[in-house]
Design a protein around this ligand. Structure first.
Ligand SMILES: [Fe+2]
Length: 165
C-alpha cells in the first residue's frame, strides 16, 4: 500500500513539475511576445493572444499550483509572485513596438505550442498514478484543443488580411 502511495506522490510531483513549467512558458509566450510583433499587425492577434494567455495563467497554471499547495507538493515559485511578473509582461507588450516580427510567425509558433501542449496532456492522462490531477488535466486539455482551433482560424484570417473582432 505504501509503495502505491509513494508511486502516486512521485508521479504526481513529476507531472506537476512538467505541466507547471510548460504552462509558465505558454503564459510568457502569449502575454510577453506581443511586444515583438510589428505594431501594424499586432492588433490583429492581440485580443486572441491575450485571451489565451489569461486562460493559461488564471486557469491552467493557477489550478496546478493551487493543487500542489493544497496537497503539499513542491512548486518552483509562488503563484502570487508569478502573477506580478506576468502583469509586468502584459504592460510591456505596449512598449518597444518597432522593427517587429510578422504576426503569422507568432501564430505559427502558437499553433506548434498548442499541439505540444495537447500531446503533453495526452501523455500525462495515460499515467494512472496521477488520478487526483485528472480533472485539472482534462479541463486544460479541452482548452488547449479550443485554443488550437481558434489559432488555426486566426492564422487563415490574418493571412488573407481579415481582422477578427
Ligand atoms: Fe495550458
Amino acid at each position: 500500500m505504501d509503495d502505491i502511495q509513494n508511486k502516486i506522490e512521485k508521479n504526481t510531483q513529476k507531472v506537476l513539475n512538467k505541466l507547471i513549467s510548460e504552462e509558465r512558458i505558454a503564459v510568457d509566450f502569449y502575454l510577453g511576445s506581443l511586444s515583438n510583433i510589428n505594431p501594424s499587425q499586432r492588433y490583429a492577434i492581440e485580443e486572441k493572444f491575450t485571451k489565451i494567455g489569461i486562460d493559461e495563467k488564471n486557469d491552467h497554471l493557477k489550478k496546478l499550483i493551487q493543487f500542489a499547495n493544497k496537497f503539499g507538493y513542491e512548486v518552483p515559485f509562488k503563484y502570487k509572485d508569478f502573477e506580478k511578473y506576468a502583469s509586468k509582461k502584459m504592460v510591456s507588450k505596449f512598449n518597444g513596438l518597432k522593427n517587429g516580427e510578422d504576426a503569422l510567425y507568432y501564430i505559427e509558433k502558437a499553433i506548434e505550442s498548442e499541439k505540444d501542449a495537447i500531446n503533453s496532456y495526452e501523455e500525462v492522462m495515460k499515467d494512472e498514478y496521477v488520478f487526483d490531477l485528472q480533472p485539472i488535466i482534462l479541463n486544460a486539455y479541452y482548452d488547449e484543443i479550443q485554443h488550437l482551433q481558434d489559432l488555426e482560424l486566426l492564422y487563415d484570417c490574418v493571412a488573407i488580411g481579415v481582422v477578427l473582432k
